[in-house]
Ligand binder design. Structure first.
Ligand code: 13P
Length: 256
């Protein structure tokens, strides 16, 4: 089964519009000829529309970091999938642990968002992952199962086949502490088993499952050499052209 790797940069709440456009100029130059992995940039909402213009013809895709599930209406402060599509997005991160932790996003909300994103022909990058307490209590599989099952509830197998899931252990995010290659592979293989049980073999074989949490150039090749890891969701190291390009390059070399 050959799944094309995805390297997605989650910028979180970093970069003004002009900083974002400077990055776009840099990454366009730096990634010429590195074309194997699929590259996605997820800037803050404010930079989406202009980045979409700046990325035209580059082969780099644009993603948002969150979405609301309604198309439009009196929902002050929210952004709909229709608006994201209009701004040039093709991907949307849903259920990031920071949204679950600080903004009380539940599995049920994540599921509504995933459905809305798919309903508009966009690709969700649905995040799951355990906290440090949960890992230490030995309930990683239980947590990841609950999040995955609820997040994918009610979806058709063909929809799941086209999705991206990101396994991001919360204790590895922004801490410099990466899961070992073996731990990441083992949880990601487990997530693929859950998808197989819930949605069948084709969905499990096609869904791309990324690792996220302190991914850097130095640990990229080790992670990407694992059979079930289909790419990375990168935070801090996606903010600099040099480190992000190096991650793309090493992924392409490892997976080609
Ligand atoms: P870091 O790469 O900064 O650990 O962030 C990971 C992450 O949360 C990506 O969504």
């Amino acid at each position: 089964m050959s799944r094309k790797p995805v390297i997605a940069g989650n910028w979180k709440m970093f970069k003004t519009v002009s900083e974002a456009l400077t990055f776009v100029r840099g990454i366009r130059q730096a990634t010429v000829g590195l074309g194997y992995a699929e590259v996605v940039l997820c800037p803050p909402f404010t930079a989406l529309a202009l980045m979409s213009e700046g990325l035209r013809g580059s082969g780099i895709s644009l993603g948002a970091q969150d979405v609301f599930w309604e198309d439009k209406g009196a929902f002050t402060g929210e952004i709909s999938p229709v608006m994201l599509k209009d701004a040039g997005c093709s991907y949307v991160i849903v259920g990031h642990s920071e949204r679950r932790q600080y903004f009380r996003e539940t599995d049920e909300k994540v599921n509504r968002k995933v459905k809305a994103v798919l309903g508009h022909g966009l690709t969700p990058i649905m995040c799951v992952g355990e906290t440090l307490d949960e890992r230490e209590a030995g309930v990683t599989e239980k947590i990841v199962r609950a999040q995955t099952t609820a997040g994918l509830a009610g979806l058709a197998p063909e929809q799941v086949a086209g999705m991206v899931i990101a396994y991001e252990p919360v204790w590895a995010i922004g801490t410099g502490r990466t899961a070992s290659d073996e731990d990441a592979q083992s949880v990601i293989a487990y997530i693929r088993d859950i998808v197989r049980e819930q949605c069948g073999e084709t969905a499990a074989g096609n869904v791309r499952i990324l690792y996220g949490g302190s991914v850097k150039p130095e640990n990229t090749a080790g992670l990407m050499s694992k059979r079930d890891i289909d790419g990375a969701l990168v935070g801090g190291a996606s903010l600099e052209v040099k480190s992000f390009t190096e991650i793309i390059k090493r992924t392409s070399e490892t997976r080609r």
